[in-house]
Design a protein around this ligand. Structure first.
Ligand SMILES: NC(=O)c1ccc[n+]([C@@H]2O[C@H](COP(=O)([O-])OP(=O)(O)OC[C@H]3O[C@@H](n4cnc5c(N)ncnc54)[C@H](OP(=O)(O)O)[C@@H]3O)[C@@H](O)[C@H]2O)c1
Length: 288
C-alpha cells in the first residue's frame, strides 16, 4: 500500500520521499508544484507526483484514498498550519489510513515561549480530538539554521542574535528524516511523540567557537536588542511571519527550554546523531 507525503519538497519531506523510495515503497507526493517536484526527484519508479489543492478537502480526500500511512512535514503557522489541519481532518475520515506521522518540534507545548511550539501543540490537539492514528517526531532546531549566519559571517566574521546564552542540541535535518522514516514505517513506534536532539547542547556563541575552529579564524557573536534584531531580519528580506517566529525562538532558547538531550535518535536508528562539527565542516564554504 502507498505512503503519502505532504510537504514532500521541503528539507525533511524530500529526504523522507528519497528514503521511502530506497526502501522500495510506493510513494504519492502531494505537491503544489508538480514540475518543481519532478525537477527535484526526477521520475523514479515508485514515485507518483500528484498536483494537489491542499486547501481543498475534497481534492485531499481524493488524493488520500487507499493510502495506508502519511508523513506531514510543513510549517505550523499561517497557511501551512491550516493545510496541516485540513490533511489531518481528512485523514481521520479515511479508513485505510493506519498512521499519520507528523514533523513537529521539541517542546511542543501550550506553555512554550516559542510560537512554533505552541502552534504544533495546537495541531496535536486537533489530531487528538479527531482520534486520528498519530505519531510525531519533535526535533530540536536544525543545524541548517546556522546557514542563516553565512552572509554576515563571510562579510564581518560576526553573527548577530538575541540569545547569547541558553543551549540547544542542534540536529542535522537528515537525521530528523532518518528517524521520521523509521517512525513512519515501524508500527512499534506509532502512537508516540519522539523527541529528537543532536548529541550536545550548545549556545549560539559556542556554536560560533566551533565554527571559528573550523575556519581557523575567530567568529564572534554580537548580542542585539529586539528592535535591532528585527531590523536585521526585515533588511535581510525575511517575511514578517517568519521574523516573528525567529524572535520567539530566541526567547525560548534564552529561557533554556531546549537545554537538554534525549537518546531517542539513538534508540530509533541504532546510531549516534551527527555532530555539529561535521555539519560545519561540510558547509565550510558557506562561511569562508
Ligand atoms: N527549521 C528548524 O530548525 C526546525 C526545527 C524543529 C522543527 N521544525 C519544524 O519543521 C517544519 C518545517 O520543515 P521543513 O524545514 O522540512 O519545511 P520546508 O523545507 O519549509 O518545507 C515546507 C513544505 O511545505 C510546502 N508548502 C509550503 N507552503 C505551501 C502551500 N501554501 N501549499 C502547498 N505546499 C506548501 C513546501 O512546498 P514548496 O516546495 O512548493 O514550497 C514544502 O514542501 C516546521 O513545522 C517546523 O516547526 C523546524
Amino acid at each position: 500500500m502507498t505512503v503519502a507525503v505532504i510537504g514532500a519538497t521541503g528539507h525533511v519531506g524530500s529526504e523522507i520521499v528519497r528514503g521511502l523510495l530506497k526502501r522500495g515503497e510506493a510513494v504519492d507526493a502531494l505537491v503544489r508544484d508538480a514540475n518543481g517536484a519532478r525537477r527535484m526527484f526526477g521520475e523514479p519508479d515508485g514515485l507518483k507526483i500528484r498536483s494537489t489543492q491542499l486547501d481543498d478537502p475534497s481534492d485531499v480526500t481524493e488524493a488520500l484514498k487507499g493510502i495506508r500511512t502519511i508523513f506531514i512535514a510543513m510549517g505550523s503557522v499561517g497557511i501551512q498550519g491550516v493545510l496541516q489541519r485540513i490533511a489531518i481532518s481528512v485523514a481521520s475520515t479515511i479508513s485505510s489510513i493506519e498512521q499519520v506521522t507528523r514533523l513537529s518540534v521539541l517542546n511542543a507545548s501550550a506553555n512554550s515561549l516559542g510560537i512554533n511550539q505552541r502552534a504544533h501543540d495546537s495541531i496535536d490537539r486537533l489530531a487528538s480530538a479527531l482520534a486520528v492514528p498519530y505519531s510525531t517526531i519533535r526535533p530540536a532546531i536544525f543545524q541548517l539554521s546556522l546557514l542563516a549566519a553565512g552572509h554576515q559571517v563571510r562579510a564581518s566574521r560576526t553573527w548577530t542574535g538575541l540569545a547569547d546564552s541558553g543551549r540547544v542540541a542542534l540536529i542535522d535535518h537528515r537525521d530528523v528524516a532518518e528517524a521520521g522514516l523509521r517512525v513512519l514505517t515501524e508500527p512499534a513506534l506509532w502512537g508516540q511523540h519522539h523527541d529528537l536532539t543532536g548529541p550536545v547542547p550548545v549556545s549560539w556563541p559556542e556554536a560560533l567557537e566551533l565554527l571559528s575552529a573550523e575556519l581557523g579564524e575567530t567568529v564572534t557573536f554580537r548580542t542585539a536588542t529586539v528592535p535591532e534584531f528585527l531590523a536585521r531580519l526585515i533588511n535581510a528580506g525575511i517575511p514578517a511571519g517568519e521574523a516573528e517566529l525567529l524572535i520567539a525562538r530566541e526567547w525560548a532558547v534564552l529561557a533554556g527550554e531546549n537545554d537538554y538531550t534525549t537518546d531517542s535518535f539513538q534508540q530509533i536508528t541504532g546510531r549516534s546523531p551527527r555532530r555539529l562539527e561535521d555539519f560545519l565542516h561540510e558547509h565550510r564554504a558557506e562561511f569562508a
